[in-house]
Design a protein around this ligand. Structure first.
Ligand SMILES: Cc1ncc(C[n+]2csc(CCOP(=O)(O)OP(=O)(O)O)c2C)c(N)n1
Length: 580
């Protein structure tokens, strides 16, 4: 390769330059993109494996289609780092996932080439349908392409959209990025459908033209198929087989996720050196507690919608292979499947991230709470999540579910609470939610074990001038805020039912400050309603997450900005006392 070839590869920063590059230089461009992805993820962490596997797909897409006139819709958006690097974000890519930096997924406010923002899976084909229909109605030129993984084919929304598009015969392209993996190995019947030649019949029966299966790293084959799809007057599925983690040996060799998402690492002399936190997370603590209960009671089963690794269930799956179910990216199914299990006498524990539980709200209400079934939801990643940003914040569960009858909602603070609350939930029956954050378990001594249903005083002073009422681990920040002050701290523990007796005692001091890591409508609202019910009128202020979508950033800094750290709570308490 000549110096000038190398220079032109290094300079590519826009789709127009991708299209202008001689075909012979495209493999070198792909190699450059892989190097950059590996280097960025090493420095700041990110969705490495998914993005490495999609490099040729993205280069081929930008060769054939003219973004932004043509719309490229990446499902989730975690696999699209090469797209970011080819659409003007090369020099800022080192800021990926950090405060004010390049977004973790795609973001139309960041680039006109990001046709839509996402973060939750299985939306791309629906979006493509809407956009293609809008363009047809407006008689506007341009093609719409949805890029979906085989994992996204386990989700209902993708099927709802395929059904609608196939029925209409609307021309658009669905590029299936088939790497055999969701985050973990893909599940259900889809892997067999895609592997054993059934895909053609399946997609054709749905009304699509099927092109494939192709080698998703063969640029020539990809460009030819996408060019054919672009010219078609019918909907087309292009089925490309790719290798997740391609080009980075530790990811290729990772049997569990192929390096799907990795924290920062250093790649030195063929060895991966990773910063590994040595402490237990809430997810791990909960999985440990669940494991002990599963050992003791064969009725207990665990259900996850595609988050086996994130919910720390891999060990449990190995130990109880027939009692841990990964149902795919199918939150609605996860909830109603749990309802079915419970209706037949099993004791399902559905482990689900707060943000993904948003997909299953109706199922929680109608299929679990209305029939009063004993389903326990372990609501993980509740509160701020950090680098995954706006689409992944666990901001809404408290307010979304607080009004649902027959549901108990609790929030552990200490490691001991995880097993105590799980055991209470199993003993009590009925629907329960245990909400915990994406965080390391606190290393402070836990108060005496308490498996009752009431609130718990984290600090009680003689004649307090204020009580802070908290829910979840923010209670520890409240405790710190109250240090040296005549303020009591009450850990509500349960949002529903709220401990009215404890609240009456708390209110007697005349000033209440509630703190929670959720949007308004959760603990603060519940306390205000209870106070008004009881005819009590302490001065009250509620600290919540802001009435805004919180973007990616570092959680400690974000909490400080929102006044949800010890300092902010202290200031709010002082201001409240000033008003009292
Ligand atoms: C509704 C929802 N549930 C779960 C997730 C977490 N998640 C992110 S990527 C992913 C796997 C996607 O698999 P696939 O579509 O095959 O894409 P790949 O990563 O293999 O490229 C999952 C489960 C999500 N983003 N959205």
């Amino acid at each position: 390769m000549t110096e000038s070839d190398l220079a032109s590869i290094a300079a590519v920063d826009s789709p127009a330059e991708v299209r202008a590059l001689p075909e012979s230089l495209l493999p070198a461009l792909c190699a450059r993109l892989r190097e950059e992805i590996i280097s960025v993820c090493g420095a700041v962490g990110g969705h490495l494996g998914a993005s490495l596997g999609a490099v040729e797909l993205i280069v081929a897409l930008h060769r054939v289609f003219h973004s932004p006139r043509d719309r490229l819709l990446f499902d989730v958006g975690h696999q699209a780092y090469a797209h970011k690097l080819l659409t003007g974000r090369r020099t800022s890519m080192h800021t990926l996932r950090q405060e004010g930096g390049v977004a973790p997924f795609l973001d139309p406010t960041e680039s006109a080439h990001d046709a839509f923002g996402a973060g939750h899976a299985c939306t791309a084909v629906s979006l493509a349908h809407g956009m293609a229909r809008a363009r047809a109605l407006q008689q506007r030129a341009g093609h719409v392409v949805a890029i979906v993984g085989d994992g996204a084919l386990t989700g209902g929304m993708t099927f709802e959209a395929l059904n609608a598009i196939g029925g209409e015969g609307l021309p658009l392209t669905v590029l299936v990025n088939d790497n055999g993996m969701s985050i973990s190995q893909n599940v259900g019947a889809i892997p067999a459908l895609l592997a054993e030649g059934g895909a053609r019949g399946f997609f054709e029966a749905l009304g699509f033209t099927y092109l494939g299966p192709l080698d998703g790293h063969d640029l020539g084959a990809l460009v030819a198929a996408l060019t054919e799809a672009r010219a078609s007057r019918k909907p087309v599925v292009v089925h490309a087989r790719t290798q997740k983690g391609r080009g980075f040996p530790p990811a290729e060799a990772d049997p569990t996720t192929r390096g799907h998402a990795m924290g920062p690492y250093v790649w030195r002399e063929g060895k991966l050196v990773r910063a590994r936190p040595g402490h237990k997370t809430y997810s791990e603590g909960f999985a440990d507690a669940l494991s002990r209960w599963m050992e003791a009671d064969p009725r207990i089963v665990a259900v996850t919608p595609a988050m086996l690794e994130g919910s720390a269930l891999s060990g449990l799956k190995a130990r109880f292979p027939t009692r841990v179910f990964d149902v795919g990216i199918a939150e609605q199914h996860a909830v109603t499947f749990s309802a079915g299990l419970a209706a037949e006498g099993m004791r399902p524990v559905c482990l689900i991230y707060s943000t993904f539980l948003q997909r299953g709200v109706d199922q929680v209400i109608h299929d679990v709470c209305l029939p009063e079934l004993p389903v326990i939801f372990a609501v993980d990643r509740a509160g701020l999540v950090g680098a995954d940003g706006a689409t992944h914040q666990g901001a809404f569960d408290l307010s979304m579910f607080r009004g649902v009858p027959n549901l108990t909602m609790a929030a552990p603070v200490f490691a001991e609470d995880l097993s105590a609350m799980l055991s209470s939930a199993l003993e009590a029956g009925g629907a329960w939610m245990l909400r915990f954050p994406r965080a390391i378990l606190p290393e402070v001594p836990a108060p005496p074990p308490d498996d009752g249903r009431g609130a718990r005083w984290l600090k009680q002073v003689g004649s307090p001038c204020l009580t802070i009422v908290s829910l979840g681990p923010l209670g520890l920040a409240a405790l710190e805020a109250a240090e040296g002050e005549p303020w009591s701290v009450l850990d509500a523990r349960f949002l529903r039912p709220l401990d009215r007796a404890a609240l009456r005692r708390a209110a007697a001091c005349g000033a209440l400050l509630t703190v929670e890591e959720g949007v308004a409508g959760g603990l603060g609202a519940a306390v205000l309603e209870a106070l008004s019910d009881e005819g009590l009128q302490p001065v009250t202020r509620c600290l919540t997450l802001p009435d805004a979508f919180v973007r990616h950033g570092e959680v400690h800094a974000q909490r400080a900005r929102m006044g949800l750290d010890a300092e902010g709570i202290r200031k709010a308490a002082q201001a409240l006392l000033g008003d009292a």
